[in-house]
Design a protein around this ligand. Structure first.
Ligand code: 5GP
Ligand code: ZN
Length: 115
């Protein structure tokens, strides 16, 4: 675990995080700078730099990120209206924190743009 990784530090309990879900392999917490009424980040506890660094063997892990986000959308009451799931990858994808994370964004009408 890279010591300087903010998300690893949240996983380790060394940094505060508004955690909304946790299991053996994953944590979900509210984004510190929310872009919508619901803005949650779902991450694997294991440090993986980005989606580009996933291996074929991590297919289940990748799928589980989406299932956890689906469940949280239901719990947050935004599943019926809809929401957006986003994974930014590396510099041109706009990734700021190099620990794989899935954004669950919703609770308002989102613009149609994708950048
Ligand atoms: P990225 O641009 O890498 O896809 O998104 C990183 C997200 O992490 C941003 O939306 C940013 O607001 C959020 N973030 C950065 N540092 C922290 C932190 O220390 N705690 C929380 N909860 N969110 C953070
Ligand atoms: Zn990390």
């Amino acid at each position: 675990m890279p010591d300087e990784c903010v998300f690893c530090r949240i996983v380790a309990g060394e940094m505060p995080g508004d955690i909304v879900y946790q299991d053996e392999g994953f944590v979900a917490f509210r984004d510190i700078s929310p872009q919508a009424p619901v803005h949650i980040l779902v991450i694997p506890k294991m440090h993986i730099d980005s989606s580009a660094d996933l291996t074929d063997e991590q297919q289940d892990l990748a799928g589980r990120l989406i299932i956890i986000a689906r469940n949280l959308a239901e719990k947050e009451g935004i599943a019926d209206r809809g929401y957006r799931l986003v994974i930014n990858c590396r510099s041109e994808g706009g990734q700021q924190v190099p620990h794989l994370h899935l954004h669950l964004i919703g609770g308002r009408k989102l613009s149609g743009g994708l950048g």
